[in-house]
Design a protein around this ligand. Structure first.
Ligand code: FES
Length: 576
């Protein structure tokens, strides 16, 4: 049983005419498969994160059926299997806590089963990176089909965007500018179909990057979840993945340093989520591709914002698709891309978007007239963040790009929620809001709370943005002058833990500085006091314990330290 190049991996289980082969085949035949499907057919695993608890992935059952059509047509055997589904809006304390658990599950499911290749079906924020991290550590032929974005939200005659308008409406209610009845009406109009957030949130960002890196077909990122074209993409992916087995095209042969560099540049052009920084670092770590936090700043510094989408701009994913989708964006950005980088289907990236056209230059701008000359990710350094911190300048206020002000410190998210609207809180528009205890270990899981609500009394005075600093993440749908991912986090004893009310903080975005203007002697004394206050770990068992013992800081992508690298696909021993 051989293909053109090498024996099928699955043949080790389904080929032998002996006791072990009997065991592997016989139980599979209970599902109605005829005997010949176990002879010389590439077995394609379809790793599905469908779940009713992950509404963004609710369409993936149907998508899996279309992948199967393509696999059967091309002579393969499709076998669907579930993977832990991480619903961003449902899971407590935060879906990010479980991204690495999903990655472990996917890795071992792929390695332990008799499959030759895998199609990853994901969408909601952490499902795509979690699945890809796991698959990368096995390194079989792999493709991605995303859930696709929801149709545009609608509210009283206008479009509204997932997440982005939640933050706006919530602040408007707190400022007394929107009624609670209107707020509740908007809730029903925002999410009208299955699919992922239709702003340029983390899900849309990661779907775009899958396309930019050549492991998902053109238009995978933007075709709406309910559009027939998404089903066609699924069908074609089914055909292609079978061919990839015959040609032995592994993930590692496409996800090279050049592919990551393309992804970082596209991240800038689309105004993508800061969460992608963590995910790309973690995925690169699985493939031993050298990538570090500073690369994000260096590679996106000359990339303008081409896509005018919320939260950095005006439009939504449906508009981006009709305007030409990511291929049209990539074509415009071609002078800054490695156009000779490979795709898993054999074309170069440049060939994959060569025929693309832009049909709406309001949505997809040109390099000559971008939506914003500032984009990408700024990576900050300074005594407040020795391991770095990030900010998304396209979603921040230019008036705050350089700012110095006194800190108003919240020791935890609960502390913030208790005091932020206290009329007696000593805060004004020049203050810098500082939030501790929300890093990878501190929360645990690094939740999306970095875009702290502004104090009600300032909202009522018309203040719309303030400098905010934390070790948390921020939803890709959110906006504001928000410094995130401060490393080391406060829970790990980083300088963030030492900030006190009234300390002066200096933020100099253009020069990438973030400084706590307190003397080294004073900080050393505070560090001694901080150590004495540490108590026993709160979690003593289960995945939480494993995570806390091994999670790396944000500048390393928050993977577990023992999961970096690959273990390959070989399993020597039989099961019986
Ligand atoms: Fe699932 Fe936004 S909450 S994609």
């Amino acid at each position: 049983m051989t293909t053109d190049k090498k024996p099928l991996r699955s043949n080790k289980s389904y080929g032998p005419k002996d006791k072990d082969g009997f065991i592997h085949r016989s139980w599979m035949k209970s599902q109605g498969f005829p005997p010949d499907v176990f002879e010389n057919r590439p077995v394609i695993g379809i790793c599905n994160t469908w779940s009713e608890l992950t509404p963004c992935n609710a369409g993936l059952r149907d998508i899996a059926e279309h992948v199967k059509r393509g696999v059967w047509e091309a002579g393969g055997l499709p076998l669907e299997f579930p993977a832990m589904s991480l619903g961003e809006t449902q899971m407590r304390p935060t879906a990010m806590l479980f991204r690495n658990l999903l990655a472990m599950e996917v890795e071992e499911s792929i390695r332990g089963n008799p499959i030759d290749a895998v199609v990853l079906l994901g969408g909601c924020d952490k499902t795509t990176p979690g699945q890809l991290m796991g698959a990368a550590s096995v390194d079989l032929p792999t493709m991605v089909v995303s859930s696709g974005p929801m149709l545009n939200g609608k509210f009283r005659g206008r479009d509204i965007g997932s997440g982005t308008d939640v933050w706006k409406f919530s602040e408007a209610v707190r400022a007394g500018k929107m009624s609670l009845d209107d707020f509740m009406a908007a809730e029903s109009g925002m999410s009208r179909t299955p699919g992922t957030c239709m702003t340029m949130g983390s899900a849309s960002t990661m779907a775009c990057l899958m396309e930019a890196m050549g492991i998902a077909l053109p238009y995978n990122a933007t075709a709406p979840a309910v559009d027939a074209r998404r089903r066609r993409i699924a069908h074609e992916t089914g055909r292609l993945i079978v061919r990839m087995v015959h040609e032995d095209i592994r993930l590692s042969s496409v996800l090279t340093r050049r592919a990551f560099e393309n992804a970082i540049r596209i991240l800038g052009a689309i105004g993508g989520s800061t969460n992608a920084v963590l995910h790309l670092l973690a995925i690169a770590g699985r493939l031993s591709v050298p990538l570090e936090l500073a690369d994000f700043d260096r590679l996106s510094a000359d990339v303008p914002l081409l896509v005018d989408l919320q939260p950095s701009g005006r439009f939504l994913m449906e508009d981006l698709h009709y305007a030409g989708g990511l291929p049209a964006v990539m074509k415009e950005l071609a002078p800054l891309l490695h156009v000779d980088a490979r795709t898993v289907w054999g074309q170069t990236i440049g060939e994959s978007f060569a025929a693309a056209e832009c049909y709406n230059h309001e949505v997809i701008r040109t390099l000559a007239e971008p939506a914003n000359s500032v984009s990408g990710v700024w990576v900050l350094k300074g005594n407040l963040c020795p391991g770095g911190a990030v900010i998304k300048p396209s979603a921040a206020s230019r008036s705050l790009f350089c700012h110095r002000g006194p800190a108003v410190v919240f020791e935890s998210i609960e502390d913030l929620r208790t005091r932020i609207d206290d009329p007696g809180l000593l805060v004004d528009s020049h203050s810098v809001l500082v939030l501790k205890g929300c890093g990878p270990r501190g929360y645990p899981g690094m939740p999306e709370v970095g875009n702290m609500p502004l104090p009600r009394k300032l909202l009522e005075r018309g203040v719309q943005d303030m400098l905010r600093i934390s070790d948390a993440r921020m939803s890709g749908t959110a906006f504001g002058t928000v410094v995130l991912h401060v490393a080391p986090e406060s829970e790990a004893g980083g300088p963030l833990a030492l900030v006190r009310d009234g300390d002066e903080i200096l933020f100099d975005g253009p020069n990438r500085r973030l400084e706590l203007l307190v003397s080294p002697e004073e900080l050393a004394a505070r560090a001694e006091t901080w150590k004495l206050r540490q108590s026993a770990p709160k979690y003593s068992r289960g995945y939480y314990r494993l995570y806390l013992d091994h999670v790396m800081q944000a500048d390393r992508g928050c993977d577990l330290d023992f999961l970096t690298g690959s273990s390959g696909s070989t399993v020597d021993r039989e099961s019986h």
